[in-house]
Design a protein around this ligand. Structure first.
Ligand SMILES: [Zn+2]
Length: 700
């Protein structure tokens, strides 16, 4: 590992953050250097601090500790992410023998200079007690491989000699802060403190010194490991050989819906039974697949995390599945049930006395599939991605530790203390889960006005969305507005007339998110012309896109939903024209009538595996300037001419035509889709008008 310190960059930070003083500016700089090294910390892990002076409300300079606040990620930290806490009241706590977590948190928050600042790190007292200006704490992979061992002392002494102090596992918070201070006072010349099965602390009077001590110590550990493991690859390599890379993706297309279905939890809600679903993120790099085919993989998956901080993201143990079990819904459910029983036992024996009656969701967050790789499962794609990143590092560290000697993490009892520690759970926040949390939707025709409104509503209500259209450029333009939901959506270009393209589209949805729960065949084209003048080829083209395209989408949706075994919702776009056809709209009306009948027959046939099929009957949806309705671009001019109106006049004409005298927005159609996707009423085979009220188009 190399130091990434650069004098020019450091000066740049000092200029950029001049208002905060040089010490804090350099603290931001080296915190980011650490945060951007994924073998040092991952996703908000680790913490850093600097002792400096800040002005209080009276204008007096007071000594403070600026320490990482919860919710910050070192890789992107800003000065505001390192809230200032008065140093003296914290250091006074050193004299206490015992301090409860609640009192500690109260004392730390009470010493904040800004009462609105985020909670300072749970390690704040440790940072405050050490005398150095800068303190850096990481969960370096190499240090974990050395210390997740039955005898960490032997490895640590060989690598670091007397340059570090080694402490056994100690619960973070006040006890650890006291222990680290005592260790430092016993060995004031040490360059760092290694916490067995947890991580590393380094310190110094300059930002560069403290940072480069971390780098130097981790570098020594890395060299030691590669010397000891010799020419062997860092990862386990076993028999049978892993699946070839190209086959892993194909395998996952079949396995992920099965796995996702097995991990979904049936729950009772005030409106009846429902599913708590998860989103899947798979990783199949060669070394992960090699790990997953090794004879020790199952045993290593059943061990605790490499550092306890990870437990809130990944749980203690990972589920190991044979390839056979990953494809067979019965076997897969059985393996998940065994995992759940194991977790329940762990909770009852180790955690129940800490948090009575509040067992966390007992299903696995990480599954390792024999010879394929790993799959992370969480309610949101972001959380699944974090768990997957952590799991990748975990497998690599476990393999290294195994090669070095024997992987031995902290005990179940210690892990439960972390997993059910209120201060740790606070890191996850207490945001209420959105309505469609864990659901995956696929929307076709997403580049159009209505498609865009549907995607927007699904994203806003927490679903993951694969947005598809035949026109990639228009799709990119339409989806730009959803940048803030980046982790929750993906796009794909597909021509729905081609059965292989539709199959590929669903395969993409499965490999990206894990499956599909809500399918909205929304793509459609119009063709204006009277029956007398209708050209057979143009008529056939409208039917092919609108009706055949919908049929192909229904077929693929049924396959994935059957494999999941957790029901689902399909919502097709009928049109006002089905009930109240307009002159010159023969091809479009006929195709939409076919779509509605298909949906009704699908409602009859798909009910046996819990899938509902409904239709929306929307009218006069114009969209906005960025994403206008293609249908209205096509027919609007003619309608305006016929009625002697301009564009605004035409909108007003349609508004006044409805009973509610209201304009129908794309988002309204989206909300109707969300209603069906939420499954709050037992409804299938229905048509929901979203048209402001048109008596001639009342469904009948
Ligand atoms: Zn830590």
């Amino acid at each position: 590992m190399l130091s990434r310190w650069n004098d020019e960059e450091a000066r740049d930070y000092c200029r950029r953050y001049a208002a905060h003083g040089e010490l804090l500016a350099l603290r931001v700089y080296t915190s980011r250097l650490i945060g951007r090294e994924d073998t040092l910390v991952l996703h908000g892990g680790g913490n850093t601090s600097v002792k400096t002076k800040c002005k209080d409300v009276l204008g007096n300079l007071v000594p403070v500790l600026c320490v990482k606040g919860s919710g910050s990620d070192l890789a992107e930290v800003e000065p505001a992410g390192l809230p200032a806490v008065r140093l003296q009241p914290l250091q006074d706590l050193r004299t206490l023998e015992l301090l409860s977590d609640a009192d500690m948190q109260n004392a730390v928050r009470g010493a904040l200079l800004d009462s609105r600042a985020p909670n300072p790190s749970v390690e704040t007292l440790l940072h405050a007690f050490l005398p150095h200006t800068f303190v850096d704490h990481t969960h370096a992979d190499a240090v974990l491989a050395l210390t997740d061992q039955p005898d960490p002392e032997a490895h640590v002494r060989e690598v670091f000699r007397d340059d570090v102090v080694l402490l056994p596992w100690i619960m973070p918070g006040f006890p650890l802060a006291k222990a680290v201070l005592a260790a430092f006072e016993r060995a004031p010349r040490c360059r760092g403190i290694v916490l067995a099965k947890h991580g590393l602390f380094t310190f110094g009077d300059a930002a560069r010194e403290s940072y480069e001590r971390t780098i130097e110590l981790v570098d020594r550990a890395e060299h030691y490991i590669s010397r000891r493991i010799g020419g062997r690859p860092a990862m386990l390599c076993g028999e049978p050989a892993p699946l070839p890379a190209a086959e892993r993706r194909v395998f996952l297309q079949r396995a992920l819906p099965v796995l996702r279905g097995a991990v979904a939890v049936a729950i009772e809600t005030p409106v009846g039974p429902a599913w708590q679903r998860v989103v899947a993120e798979a990783r199949t790099a060669d070394d992960l697949a090699a790990f997953a085919s090794h004879g020790q993989a199952r045993a290593l998956c059943a061990t605790n995390p490499i550092t306890p901080d990870h437990v809130i993201r990944t749980k203690g143990r990972y589920l190991f599945l044979s390839r056979e079990a990953a494809l067979d819904p019965g076997l897969c459910r059985c393996e998940v049930a065994n995992y759940v029983a194991g977790y329940r036992h762990y909770y009852e024996t180790c955690a129940q006395h800490l948090a009575p009656g509040s067992m966390l969701r007992p299903t696995p967050n990480v599954v390792v599939v024999e010879g394929v790789g790993l799959v992370a499962l969480h309610g949101s794609r972001k959380a699944a991605g974090i768990a997957a990143d952590i799991a990748e590092h975990t497998l690599r560290v476990k393999a290294q530790a195994h090669a070095l000697g024997k992987f031995e993490p902290l005990s179940d009892a210690a892990l439960a203390q972390m997993e059910y520690w209120p201060l740790e759970l606070e890191k996850l926040g207490s945001v209420k889960e959105p309505l469609l949390h864990g659901q995956i939707a696929l929307v076709t025709g997403a580049a159009g006005a209505i498609g865009c409104g549907i995607v927007e509503a699904l994203l806003e209500h927490g679903a993951c969305v694969l947005a598809s259209d035949i026109d990639g450029e228009r799709l990119d333009v339409a989806m730009r507005r959803f940048a803030r939901h980046r982790s929750q959506f993906a796009t794909s270009v597909a021509d729905l007339r081609d059965p292989r393209a539709v199959a590929t589209l669903f395969a993409e949805c499965v490999t990206t998110f894990g499956g599909v729960d809500c399918v909205v065949p929304n793509a459609g084209i119009a063709d204006v012309g009277r029956v007398e003048d209708m050209h057979p080829a143009r008529f056939a083209r409208v039917l092919e896109v609108n009706a055949t395209g919908t049929m192909l989408v229904l077929q693929e949706a049924a396959q994935v939903m059957r494999a999941q075994g957790t029901g689902g919702s399909i919502v097709v776009q009928a049109s006002k024209n089905v009930f109240a056809p307009g002159e010159g709209f023969g091809a479009y009306s006929a195709s939409k009538a076919a779509v509605l009948q298909l949906a009704r027959v699908a409602a009859l046939e798909f009910a046996e595996f819990g899938v509902r099929c409904n239709a929306i009957n929307a009218d006069a949806v114009f969209g906005d300037d960025d994403v206008p309705s293609q249908l209205w671009q096509q027919v609007g001019a003619e309608r305006m001419r016929a009625r002697g109106l301009d564009a605004a006049g035409l909108r007003e004409h349609y508004r006044q035509r409805s009973l509610l005298k209201t304009e129908v927005l794309p988002r309204h159609v989206g909300e109707a889709v969300v209603f069906f996707a939420s499954m709050r009423t037992p409804t299938t085979g229905a048509v929901l008008p979203v048209d402001g009220g048109l008596p001639e188009a009342f469904p009948r």
